[in-house]
Structures are given as structure tokens and as C-alpha cells.
Ligand binder design. Structure first.
Ligand code: SF4
Ligand code: SF4
Length: 468
């Protein structure tokens, strides 16, 4: 009987350069030497630092702490009973840029009417959450300033009336920003995110703007809002990077540009072959392996800058280490299990159409309405949230139900994306062995765990999550 006591608990594993990674379903992990792993797997490891690490990680069957297992499980799944907290409102399809990865344009696109915007706000507030974020997107949302203003004022009143917490956020290229709009944004506490694809030549090649220098405009307003509200989030602006084929080989310069503009994060993530980007994939796309080379170069540069005292973070690594060493839900809807489609977020199109997420909405623009849940103009929240696409997304992004994911060492930190699977492989389930997103995630997690095995990098990552 005593011999059985230190048998392994249920685990998955993966061989890395730094050792053998062993993970448990709730995110406990240990990096073992190959000889230690052999003993552990045979139930013969009885003492020593590796034994202690495995015990602390909840990977030894007789040493499980059921109280903390229960608390961790409850905390990391709490969002499932709360409803969607992120509500993305697409205020317009129009834009004054012609970016190579997007085909929104200033021509025939639709605007959301102020009346529909109010209905979308009402709909978002009917989610049974205590606090929500309304994120204004487009096209370029400043094209439809009337709806943005209406929705912001109406939502603030609604928050006061209902007692719900409210965060307002705007994703804009800043080209239509002026002092008057900036005053409204500051007065209504709207957080800001813009696009920045790197140094001026790269940014402007990706983000074509007939009205002038897109990079100069973005840089000008980043600085303006930093001076008015500080550089740190939530007041200070953040930026999103789109990586195209032209970005490959330039990761260091891109990171340096983010650091030069005092942006707190650079988010190195691959372009998804969804919607408009898919149509030009041969021209702007790349393989997962090409992206991983870019990712490693970029993360190395971020860490190098940290060692020199520049406090920039790489967001993919930040979100991952928050789960890996912080064991907290990182609130990032695309790396949850099940994913955030309907459960963590909803997206509202200009016509009031409700979608599981913005990616699902983009697929509808190409004619695939699989992720459409209803309309704020005629459907109630309860029906929409229990509709078939929400259930299909929840099931297909449950990693225990995905055969390859169920045995993957990265399962506790990862998330599958039904919208990506639908776009790239023709079904919500996808097929992980040939799934480009999965190949990218495996490579990213491999590199993050390799880095975590270096004590100075582990310390940097710890600082990142301590400050967040
Ligand atoms: S998507 Fe890929 S990396 Fe993520 S859990 Fe599944 S198999 Fe692992
Ligand atoms: S389907 Fe994909 S994009 Fe949509 S919420 Fe899920 S993970 Fe995110």
C-alpha cells in the first residue's frame, strides 16, 4: 500500500531542450531532468528537489490538496457562470485607410445608427455580469462619431442606473482625432488602443493612408494621450501590431519602436487567415515556423530591453506566464477553455447582428454566417446566449474533447479557436495535427518554457505579473 502513495497524478508531458515538462490539468507543472522523469513516471521518485517540485505542483497522487484544487478550479472557471463581459460594437465598416490586411474602405460601407447603438448597449447590459467593457471598433470608429458619442453617454447613464461597472474602450487609427474628440474621450474615461506596425516605413507600407503619414499620426496621438493621461494603462494608450510577411526579420526594430514610443506592451501574434487577410494570404501571409522565428527574435529583444531597465512586456508571453506562474485567469478570451465565444464576449455588427466574437463577425462578411446568434433589434439576451453557435463553440473549444489537446502538455494554458478552425479547416473542430494556430501555440509555449528555465528570465516574468 505504501508503495502506491507517490504514484504520479494524471499528467501530460513534453520533451524540451531544457528537460521534460510535466503538467497537470489545473496548471501545476515541473521541469524535470530526463532521469528524474523516468523515475517519476514509474512511481519511483521518493525525495529530492524534483520530488518537492512535483508535490507542490499537485502531480503526486497521494499528496493532492483537494481544498486548493477546488479553489483553483472554481476561480479559473468562474467566468462560465457570469456571462460575457466584453462587448465589441462595430460602429462602421468605413475607413480612411486601405491596409494590406483589411478591405474596409471609405466607399459603400455601412454605419451603425445611433438608435441601433443604444439597442446594442441595452443588449450588453442584459448580460448578468457585474461589470462590462464596451469596445468601439470599425472600420475606423471615429468615422461614425455620432454613434460613438451616443453609445458612450447612454452606456454611462445605464451603468449609473444599474450599478454595473463599465469600461469604455476605443480602437482607432487616430487619423480623425482632434482636440474636441480627445476632450470627450478623456471626460468619459474611454481607454484607447491604436495600430502600430513598427517603424514608419513598415507601418506605412502596411497601412496605406491617402490622407497623409499614418505612422506620424499614430505616434503624435500616442504622445498626446500619454502626456494627458500618463503612459501606463488603463489611461495611457496601447497599440496593436499586425505581423505581415514584410515584418519578418524586423522583430527587433518593431520592439524598439514600441519602446521608443513608451508603449507598455508589444503584442507579437500571427495574422489570422480570416476574412480579408485570407484573400491576400499569398502576398502577406507566412507559415507558423516563419512566425515562430519572428516571435523568438522579438521576445529576446523584449527581454534584453528589460535587462537594461526598459519596462516593456511582450503580451503573448505575459498572458501565458500569468497562467503558468500566476495561476490566474488572464481574461484573454482566445486562450480560455472553453473559449470566449458568447461566454466571454459578444460582437455587434452595424446592422445590430450579434456574433460570438469579432472573428465570427468577419467570417459573416465573407458569407459564412455560422457564428451569427441573432439581432439586438429583435432577439432577447436569453435566446441569443443559449443559441446553437454558442453551444457549438463551447463544445469544440473544450480541450478535453479535442483528442490531441486532451493529451497536450500545454492544455492548462491554451485555448482552441472555432472561428480560426472554421476559416482555415472548414469546421468548428478543426484538426490539430495540421492546424496552423496549434503549431504556432506549441512553438510559443516551447519557447516560453525554455525561457522560464533560465532564472534571470523567470525573475523578469515574475516582475511582469507582480506589476499587472
Ligand atoms: S491547441 Fe495545440 S498547443 Fe493548444 S492544447 Fe491543443 S494541441 Fe496543445
Ligand atoms: S471563436 Fe476564436 S476568436 Fe472567437 S472567441 Fe473563440 S477563440 Fe476567440
Amino acid at each position: 500500500m505504501k508503495k502506491q502513495l507517490d504514484l504520479p497524478a494524471y499528467f501530460n508531458w513534453r520533451r524540451l531542450k531544457a528537460g521534460v515538462l510535466v503538467t497537470g490539468d489545473l496548471g501545476g507543472w515541473a521541469l524535470l531532468k530526463p532521469a528524474e522523469f523516468k523515475l517519476f513516471a514509474a512511481g519511483k521518485l521518493k525525495s529530492g528537489p524534483a520530488f518537492e517540485a512535483l508535490r507542490r505542483a499537485g502531480l503526486l497522487r497521494s499528496r493532492l490538496d483537494f481544498d486548493s484544487i477546488f479553489t483553483d478550479w472554481r476561480d479559473s472557471n468562474e467566468y462560465l457562470r457570469l456571462g460575457p463581459g466584453l462587448h465589441i460594437m462595430v460602429l462602421t465598416e468605413k475607413c480612411n485607410h486601405s491596409c494590406v490586411y483589411c478591405q474596409a474602405g471609405s466607399g459603400a460601407g455601412r454605419n451603425m445608427s445611433p438608435a441601433t447603438a443604444r439597442r446594442a448597449v441595452d443588449f450588453a447590459f442584459s448580460a448578468p455580469v457585474s461589470g462590462l467593457t464596451l469596445e468601439f471598433q470599425g472600420g475606423e470608429p471615429l468615422v461614425n462619431w455620432a454613434a460613438l458619442k451616443e453609445a458612450s453617454i447612454y452606456a454611462r447613464k445605464k451603468a449609473e442606473k444599474t450599478g454595473k461597472g463599465l469600461a469604455l474602450a476605443l480602437v482607432s487609427n487616430f487619423s480623425l482625432m482632434d482636440e474636441k474628440k480627445a476632450d470627450f474621450i478623456v471626460a468619459n474615461d474611454i481607454s484607447l488602443c491604436t495600430s502600430l506596425d513598427g517603424p514608419a516605413d513598415l507601418h506605412n507600407a502596411n497601412r496605406k493612408f491617402s490622407g497623409g503619414d499614418s505612422h506620424a499620426v499614430a505616434a503624435k496621438w500616442i504622445k498626446y494621450f500619454q502626456e494627458r493621461r500618463g503612459a501606463e494603462p488603463p489611461g495611457g494608450p496601447s497599440a496593436l501590431l499586425t505581423v505581415t510577411r514584410a515584418s519578418l526579420g524586423r522583430a527587433r526594430e518593431i520592439v524598439d519602436e514600441y519602446a521608443r514610443l513608451k508603449l507598455p506592451y508589444v503584442f507579437l501574434k500571427p495574422l489570422s487567415p480570416i476574412g480579408d487577410a485570407l484573400k491576400r494570404w499569398d502576398e502577406i501571409g507566412y507559415t507558423p515556423e516563419e512566425f515562430l522565428g519572428f516571435y523568438r527574435e522579438g521576445l529576446d529583444r523584449v527581454l534584453e530591453l528589460n535587462r537594461r531597465g526598459v519596462p516593456i512586456k511582450e503580451k503573448t508571453a505575459f498572458l501565458a506566464v500569468k497562467k503558468i506562474i500566476g495561476t490566474q485567469d488572464n481574461r484573454y478570451v482566445d486562450l480560455r477553455c472553453p473559449c470566449g465565444a458568447g461566454l466571454g464576449q459578444l460582437a455587434y455588427d452595424c446592422d445590430g447582428g450579434v456574433y460570438t466574437c469579432d472573428e465570427g463577425r468577419m467570417l459573416a462578411r465573407g458569407g459564412d454566417r455560422s457564428f451569427r446568434l441573432g439581432s439586438v433589434l429583435k432577439d432577447a439576451y436569453a435566446g441569443v446566449i443559449s443559441s446553437e453557435p454558442v453551444k457549438a463553440c463551447a463544445i469544440s473549444s473544450s480541450l478535453d474533447l479535442q483528442p490531441v489537446c486532451a493529451r497536450c502538455a500545454y492544455k492548462p494554458f491554451c485555448g482552441a479557436c472555432p472561428a480560426y478552425n472554421q476559416a482555415a479547416q472548414g469546421g468548428f473542430w478543426g484538426s490539430m495535427p495540421s492546424n496552423g494556430r496549434c503549431r504556432t501555440l506549441i512553438g510559443v509555449f516551447d519557447y516560453i518554457f525554455e525561457k522560464l528555465s533560465e532564472k534571470p528570465v523567470f525573475d523578469i516574468f515574475e516582475k511582469w505579473i507582480a506589476r499587472s
